[in-house]
Design a protein around this ligand. Structure first.
Ligand code: PLP
Length: 396
C-alpha cells in the first residue's frame, strides 16, 4: 500500500491510464484544429471529436447532436442557466424570469442565481430536508405559485453524495413546460442517467470528476420536445452549433469521451465495489466510535461517498492528525475566515458540527487495505483528540 492515500475523489480524480492513452495521439502527431476543413489534420481531429461526442451521448442516453463541449461543469452550468434566461429575454428584455434551485447546490449554480437576481431575475432557493433531499411538495408549491422558466437541481451532491429525486422533478417540470437543468458533475459515470427517462433538458458534466482530464466538460442541450434555446456566453467563431465559440480542446474532449465510455462499461461493477468499500469504512467507524453520525441520506447516496460528523473533534485537527490521508472537512476557507459548509448548514448541522465533519470520497483506485488503514488511523486520532476535549470528558 502506498502513502499518501487519496480519499478525495469528489474534488477530482486521477486520470485513468486508458484515458491518457486515448489522448496521447492528439497531444503528439494528431494535433490538427477540428475546425480546419481543408486538410487531413483537421479531418482527423474532427473525427476524434465526433467519436467523443458519441461516447458522451451514450453515457447519458442522449444523441450526439445534443452535446456541447465546454471547459467543465462550471462553464456548463453558466451556459445552461444564463443562456436560457438570456434566450427568453432576447425578444422581451423587460421580462423578469423566475428561476428556481435548492440550497445545497454547488457555488457554480448558486452564484449564477445570485448574479441573475442582480440582473432582474426572481429567484427561489428551496430548502432541503435533513437527509439533503428537496421535498417534492415544496417544489410543487413554488412552481404553482409562480411558474419558473427554469428549475436547476443537481443530480448528486458533492459533499454528502445525496441523490435528488431527479426523475420526479423532471416529470413535474416537463408536464408544466418548465425547463429542467441538472448539474450532474458528481452523478455522471457513477449512477445511471437517461435524459429522456428523467425529462432532463440541460445537463452538466465535467471530465476531471470521472477519471478524465481537467479543463473539459460538456452540456447536454435538448433539441427536441422541447427544443431548448440558449444564448451563447462565449462569442466568436460559432463553434458547437454557435453555443460555445473557441477552438476545440481536442485532447481534452477525446479524454472526456474515453472516460465516459469506460464509466458506461464499468459502472455497475464499480459502484457495487465502491459501495461495499464505503459501507466497510462506515461500519468500522460507527462500531469503534460513539457520537459519530452519517450526514445526508443513507439510502439515496453516491456509492463512493461518506460524510461523517465526529462530535467534539475539530475537523481541521482531525485532518492534521491524518496527514497521509487526503480527505476534506466540512469547512471552506474563504478570504475572510473558515466558514462552515453551506451544505451541512442546509441539512441542519450547527456550525460546530459542520466543523467536526469529514468527507471521504472513494474512487476507482482505492482498495480494501486502504479502507482498513484509514479506519484504524481515524479511530486512533479521534480518541486522542477527544482525550484533550474538556467537553467530551464532561459528558462521558
Ligand atoms: C456538483 C459540482 N458542480 C460543479 C463543479 C465544478 O466543476 P468544474 O471543476 O468542472 O468546473 C463541481 C466540482 O467541484 C461539482 O462537484
Amino acid at each position: 500500500m502506498n502513502l499518501p492515500i487519496y480519499f478525495d475523489n469528489h474534488a477530482t480524480t486521477r486520470i485513468d491510464p486508458r484515458v491518457l492513452q486515448a489522448m496521447m495521439p492528439c497531444l503528439t502527431e494528431a494535433y490538427g484544429n477540428a475546425a480546419s476543413r481543408s486538410h487531413s489534420f483537421g479531418w482527423t481531429a474532427d473525427h476524434a471529436v465526433e467519436n467523443a461526442r458519441a461516447q458522451v451521448a451514450r453515457l447519458l442516453s442522449a444523441t450526439s447532436k445534443d452535446i456541447v463541449f465546454t471547459s467543465g461543469a462550471t462553464e456548463s452550468n453558466n451556459l445552461a442557466i444564463k443562456g436560457a434566461v438570456e434566450a427568453a429575454r432576447a425578444d422581451h428584455p423587460e421580462l423578469r424570469p423566475h428561476i428556481l434551485t435548492q440550497a445545497t447546490e454547488h457555488k457554480a449554480v448558486l452564484d449564477v442565481f445570485h448574479w441573475l437576481e442582480k440582473q432582474g431575475c426572481r429567484i427561489t432557493i428551496l430548502p432541503v430536508a435533513r437527509d439533503g433531499r428537496i421535498r417534492l411538495e415544496d417544489l410543487l408549491t413554488a412552481i404553482d405559485d409562480e411558474k419558473p422558466l427554469l428549475v436547476s437541481i443537481m443530480a448528486a451532491n458533492n459533499e454528502i453524495g445525496t441523490l435528488q429525486p431527479f426523475d420526479d422533478i423532471g416529470r413535474l417540470c416537463h408536464d408544466r413546460g418548465i425547463l429542467f437543468h441538472t448539474d450532474a458533475a458528481q452523478a455522471a459515470g457513477k449512477i445511471p442517467l437517461d435524459v429522456n427517462r428523467s425529462h432532463i433538458d440541460l445537463l452538466s458534466i465535467s471530465g476531471h470528476k470521472i477519471y478524465g482530464p481537467k479543463g473539459v466538460g460538456a452540456l447536454y442541450v435538448r433539441r427536441r420536445n422541447p427544443r431548448v434555446a440558449l444564448a451563447e456566453q462565449m462569442h466568436g467563431g460559432g463553434h458547437e452549433r454557435g453555443m460555445r465559440s473557441g477552438t476545440l480542446n481536442v485532447p481534452g474532449i477525446v479524454g472526456l469521451g474515453a472516460a465516459c465510455e469506460i464509466a458506461a462499461a464499468e459502472m455497475s461493477q464499480e459502484s457495487a465495489r465502491l459501495a461495499a468499500l464505503r459501507n466497510r469504512l462506515e461500519s468500522r467507524l460507527e462500531s469503534a466510535l460513539d457520537r459519530a453520525h452519517v450526514n445526508g441520506s443513507r439510502e439515496h447516496r453516491l456509492p463512493g461517498n461518506l460524510n461523517m460528523t465526529f462530535d467534539h473533534v475539530d475537523g481541521e485537527s482531525l485532518m492534521m492528525g491524518l496527514k497521509d490521508v487526503a480527505v476534506s472537512s466540512g469547512s471552506a476557507c474563504t478570504s475572510a475566515a473558515i466558514e462552515p459548509s453551506h451544505v451541512l448548514r442546509a441539512i441542519g448541522l450547527t456550525d460546530e458540527a459542520a466543523h467536526s465533519s469529514i468527507r471521504f470520497g472513494l474512487g476507482r483506485f482505492n482498495t480494501e487495505e486502504e479502507i482498513d488503514y484509514v479506519a484504524d488511523r481515524l479511530v486512533d486520532v479521534v480518541h486522542k483528540l477527544r482525550e484533550l476535549s474538556p467537553e467530551y470528558a464532561d459528558i462521558t
